[in-house]
Design a protein around this ligand. Sequence first.
Ligand code: SF4
Length: 229
Amino acid sequence: MATDTKRKRRESAEQKRARAVELVERLDHAMPEAKIELDYRTPLELVVAVSLSAQTTDKRVNLVTPALFARFPTAADYAAATPLEVEGYIKTVGLFRNKAKNLVKLGQVLVERHGGEVPGGRAALSELPGVGNKTAGVVTIHLGVERAFPVDTHILRLSKRLGLSTTTDPDDVEADLRRVLPEALWFKAHQLLIWHGRRCCGALRPECHRCVLEGLCPKTGVKPPKKKP
Ligand code: SF4
């Protein structure tokens, strides 16, 4: 296996693209079941769930959304609510006060400008209250409207460790990933990198000893494990 330094020196753009495809193939082989872990049934539920998941685990979001979705099935229901009422349904979720305010505003904007429906394109989605570029990208790809490679905290971390991007700006990382992977793989790779980040390549302790990407990953920025005395 090439060392980190040797790989950086030797890898051409073409080799990097081939390695990126192999990384995705290996992950797909190991985790063919990888998919979004938020529960939703409609585009509105998807937007709400993804918005709630900022700085909160998907598991925690899934605990609150059944009651939230039952009480607020349409954009008009959020529009007519007070932030305080919405807070009552999401108070175990991080930043719940801001998120409750944004859900009410989201409902109002959807009713006033989009006939109560969730718009399809990423640009229109990213202008909605509480919906940034990443959330808009996640919604877009799951609705099958546009191809994109939205970058969350896991993808940001893994892109660096895997030597696929050197930048820390999510939009720039997305541009790098779009360059190294064929468009047809973006959706799958997005899911797989998140799953791998959650299950093996964690922020504090990447488990390289049991990683299916061992040998393909330069482990950029990963400190070697401390030797036992
Ligand atoms: S666990 Fe280690 S080998 Fe696997 S992707 Fe993360 S840094 Fe690379």
